[in-house]
Ligand binder design. Structure first.
Ligand code: FAD
Length: 410
């Protein structure tokens, strides 16, 4: 790579958000360069997809490559709250969409996407860290390569898909405190887990811990399982400091988790993310936009992160194509407002998970089939389907349903 090399669009980060945007722009004939700090494959958390992702992968020409990997198929999820269990099935949906998706180690998945976009013609510069930017009419990036030499890259548009690197939020002072409470996540890959009967097909299951945390279990097709714990810092502090000992002790203190996760062999040192929720002041500006976790990240409970990263990558690519073709683009309406409709639908569901009202909805003794289908579509990532009342009026509908069901409890 030489300092004079220009790209129509420069993408920061080769995660799912960056790869989807790059693939669509490249397929439309633009010259796209991705600058990626890491060498792939690299570990990242976020291993359980939602069916909406399949549509976005297909659109970007990447679905076939993912299918070839034979990852574990995910047909739904199981939620366990004390003695109550409820499985959701993606085949029973309100929105016409995919009835399955996958769960897999992200190192492998992200590498598969990166190889797919490279094969289609995108240049990916691994081990190239973006250290400075200029935005506006003539955007530029400063990129430090493995030799630590800095080079200037000229481009027509910058897509920041840097995830937790949060490159543009940091450099352009766009970071904003998240309105979500401060929670930590502790996670590892393990062997030796067992599965509840309702998750015997290997689907993701989550269980609410009696002390307020929740635990996830995401089995892969390679014999390993991702196990993670999400909790507020005070709760975690009541358990041993050593991360593996802490995970084992938290699992042992939950009868459900202990039944299925007591004899684990850890095949990686546990990772930890403190205060994972993030937000930004705005999602775009002249010559740039943010996608994926570089924007807002709410919470892992409904596995929505990769879906939102891909959706924003796809949406951004479509608008960039119009802008670079000289057409007027209303980024506020067509990007920020569009994306926030989906994010805010998930926000309502996440808040209802933590205040317990979603547990009432999930565990309703005689759930109405039509309502279950609408809720399943939200949990499948179809959070832009305005025909679904639990999308269109999520703020009113979900609490209303929870209140009604609460009143009907014996
Ligand atoms: P990433 O996948 O993070 O990719 C960003 C890339 O940018 C990285 O490869 C990084 O190396 C690169 N980069 C960073 N800084 C620079 C720089 N300066 N220069 C160049 N490159 C740079 N989501 C789900 O869908 N399902 C789940 O089950 C799930 N579980 C989660 C559990 C936890 C505990 C947490 C915290 C999150 C979870 N998520 C989950 C969310 C998921 O991790 C993210 O939403 C997703 O990875 C975002 O993808 P992305 O493309 O925006 O960024």
């Amino acid at each position: 790579m030489s300092g004079s090399l220009d790209y129509d669009v420069a993408v920061i980060g080769a995660g799912p958000g960056g790869c989807i945007a790059a693939a669509l722009l490249n397929n439309a004939g633009l010259d796209v360069g991705i600058f990626e700090r890491a060498q792939f494959p690299r570990f990242v958390i976020g291993e359980s997809l939602l069916p909406r992702c399949n549509h976005l992968l297909d659109e970007a020409g990447l679905l076939g490559r993912v299918e070839e990997q034979a990852y574990r198929v995910k047909r739904g999820a199981l939620f366990i709250v004390g003695k109550e269990r409820r499985a959701i099935h993606f085949e029973d949906q309100f929105t016409k969409g995919w009835s399955y998706t996958w769960q897999m180690p992200r190192a492998d998945f992200d590498n598969t996407l990166a190889q797919g976009v490279q094969a289609a013609g995108v240049s990916i510069h691994f081990e190239h860290t973006v250290t400075a930017v200029e935005v506006g009419a003539c955007p530029r990036l400063t990129v430090a390569g493995p030799d630590r030499e800095c080079r200037d890259i000229r481009t027509r548009f910058i897509v920041d898909a840097s995830g937790y690197g949060r490159v543009l939020p940091g450099l352009l002072d766009l970071d904003e405190p998240s309105g979500m409470p401060f929670r930590h996540a502790l996670f590892a890959h393990v062997r030796g887990d067992r599965r509840p009967e309702e998750a015997s097909d290997g689907r993701t299951w989550v269980s609410v811990h009696p002390e307020g945390a929740w635990i996830w279990s995401i089995p892969f097709s390679n014999g390993k399982t991702s196990v993670g714990i999400v909790a507020e810092p005070d709760m975690l502090a009541r358990f041993p400091v050593d991360p593996e000992a802490r995970m084992r002790a938290i699992i042992a203190a939950d009868p459900v988790a202990a039944e299925f996760l007591s004899d684990l062999e850890f095949v990686m040192d546990p990772g930890e993310i403190r205060g994972y929720a993030t937000s930004v002041k705005r999602l775009w500006g002249e010559g740039f936009c943010l996608v994926g976790n570089a924007t807002e990240f709410l919470d892992p409970i409904f596995s929505s992160g990769v879906t939102l990263a891909m959706e924003s990558g796809s949406r951004a690519a479509r608008l960039i194509l119009r802008e670079l073709a000289g057409e007027p683009v209303n980024w506020n309406v067509d990007y920020s407002e569009y994306l926030m409709r989906g994010v805010n639908t998930f926000r309502t569901f996440v808040e209802a998970w933590y205040d317990g009202s979603f547990h009432t909805v999930l565990m309703a003794p005689k759930p109405k089939e039509s309502i279950t289908r609408m809720i399943t579509s939200v949990l499948a990532g179809y959070v832009w389907d305005l025909d679904n009342p639990f999308v269109r009026e999520h703020k009113r509908k979900l609490p209303q349903l929870a209140r009604l069901l609460k009143r009907m409890e014996p």
